[in-house]
Every structure is written in structure tokens, then in C-alpha cells.
Ligand binder design. Structure first.
Ligand code: SF4
Length: 261
């Protein structure tokens, strides 16, 4: 089934939410809109639809979704800080697909691929092994370090609304946590009313955090290694002059060393 047909079918079965976007269509559209508007998209938290800035171009989705309300750059479009205050009026299903792609790049495509059983996932070690330049140091992160990082960076508690599909490697699943259990639907709705957002490979933000964590692990090991030197015991200190003295005598004379008093 083509992507647009699948979207049509999904809408027919009650789909109206992806990420933080509410999709109105058919009888859910406000009555005063012209018949040319087939779909209205808005932030799920906006209730007064008449007060919103209106866009008609689906390509505006990329611009709307780049920065949060507070001006912060959104490191992944799956972040739960999509800015509000806008509405998008669209006339065609193809425009809806285009807009969804702008708000959540590949979000709908990944969902459809998972439904088809064709979704390819890249595990973390494979992702890190591909890194070059300064990011190649990310490879050094330990497995416990990576597991801890997932719980510090991923999941809705850290503003990411994606369900993680990858493992550390083929035989190492993620530790059980809120981040690893999250189903990718931040709104709390269920399918088919909402569809999940998927994370099929670690994002650039996560890779950058791996690099930092790997460096810290390295620095900590270096510091620990330099701290393993222990001062000699008091008896060793007391014995040391005699040993040196003894060596000095034996190297400068064939006489036996004097006895210690
Ligand atoms: S790696 Fe984590 S933070 Fe990045 S997109 Fe995936 S789930 Fe979100």
C-alpha cells in the first residue's frame, strides 16, 4: 500500500494525533472554514483555534518545528517542546504527508515500515563505529555508561517522545527504565488514534553525549590509575637507608657491609 493510501486508511480509522500535533479533518473541522480546507493541524495544547497564526504551505512545518517557544534549538524533532500558537490549513492529502514529514521527519514512514515488517534498526555500537573525526571517541563509551546515558537523555522525562527500537548491540538489550519502556506516544492516546514516533538509531545529540561520557570515563580511569600509588610504609622508610648504605659499601669495597647496630 502506498504511503498516502496508508495515511488515508489510518485517518479513516480514527488517527488524529502524531507527536504533539492534532489533525482535524472531515466533521472535526471548524464549520466556518472554507471547503478548500481539508485538514487543519495545530499544537495539541492550543484550544482557541481562532487566535492562531495560520500557515497554508506544508513546507512551513520545518520552520515552525526548528525552535521551541523559548527559542531553544530542538535537537531532534521528536522533542516534546514543539512550539504552539500556529495552525496549518491544508487542502490535500499529499500536503498533509508533506507537513507531517516536516514536523516529524520520517515519523510516518517509519511507522508504516514497522507495520510492514521492513523497518531497519541500527544498534548503538554500529552507529558509534561509523563515527569519524572528533566523534570517533564516542566509541569508547562502556556498556554501563551507555545504559546510564539512555536514562539521562532519552524518554519523555528528558523531552524526547520517541520509542527506542535499538539495542546496544545484537546481544545487549537496553536496561529496563522509563526511557526504554516508553511507547512513543507522549499524548497518552492509543493506536490508531495516535501513532508512535520511533527512534531507529541514536540521534546526533545522543552520539555527542556518548563522546562526552566516553571522555569522562577515560579521565576518571586516568585519575584512578594515578591514585593507586601508595606511599611506602614506615618500616620500609626505616629500612631504605640501610639498603642504600649496604649497596654503597658493596659497590665500593670488597669488605662485607657493617652490621647494623
Ligand atoms: S537517541 Fe534518545 S534522545 Fe535521541 S532521538 Fe533517540 S530516543 Fe530521542
Amino acid at each position: 500500500m502506498k504511503l498516502r493510501d496508508r495515511l488515508q486508511d489510518l485517518l479513516h480509522h480514527g488517527f488524529h494525533r502524531i507527536g504533539q500535533i492534532e489533525i482535524l479533518h472531515g466533521s472535526s473541522l471548524p464549520a466556518h472554514l472554507p471547503p478548500s480546507v481539508a485538514f487543519l493541524l495545530h499544537h495539541q495544547d492550543d484550544n482557541d483555534l481562532d487566535s492562531l497564526e495560520v500557515f497554508h504551505d506544508p513546507n512551513a512545518a520545518r520552520q515552525i518545528s526548528t525552535f521551541a517557544d523559548d527559542g531553544e534549538y530542538r535537537f531532534t524533532k521528536g522533542q516534546t517542546n514543539l512550539r504552539s500558537g500556529w495552525a496549518m490549513h491544508l487542502s490535500h492529502l499529499d500536503d498533509l504527508l508533506l507537513a507531517l514529514e516536516g514536523f516529524y521527519p520520517a515519523g510516518f514512514t517509519l511507522w508504516a515500515a514497522k507495520q510492514n515488517g521492513t523497518l531497519e534498526v541500527q544498534n548503538l555500537r554500529d552507529k558509534l563505529d561509523r563515527q569519524t573525526g572528533m566523534y570517533r571517541f564516542a566509541r569508547g563509551i562502556s556498556n554501563p555508561g551507555a545504559q546510564a546515558l539512555i536514562q539521562r537523555v532519552c524518554g519523555p522525562a528528558h523531552q524526547c517522545a520517541k520509542k527506542i527500537l535499538w539495542q546496544l548491540d545484537a546481544t545487549t538489550p537496553l536496561d529496563d527504565s522509563e526511557a526504554s519502556r516508553f511507547n512513543g506516544i507522549a499524548s497518552g492516546l492509543s493506536e490508531p488514534h495516535a501513532i508512535p514516533l520511533y527512534c531507529r538509531e541514536a540521534c546526533n545529540h545522543f552520539v555527542a553525549e556518548c563522546r562526552k561520557a566516553s571522555k569522562k570515563e577515560f579521565d576518571d580511569k586516568q585519575a584512578a590509575a594515578s591514585n593507586t600509588w601508595t606511599p611506602p610504609s614506615a618500616s620500609a622508610y626505616l629500612a631504605a637507608p640501610l639498603i642504600h648504605f649496604t649497596k654503597g659499601i658493596s659497590s665500593s669495597s670488597s669488605k662485607p657491609p657493617p652490621k647494623r647496630p
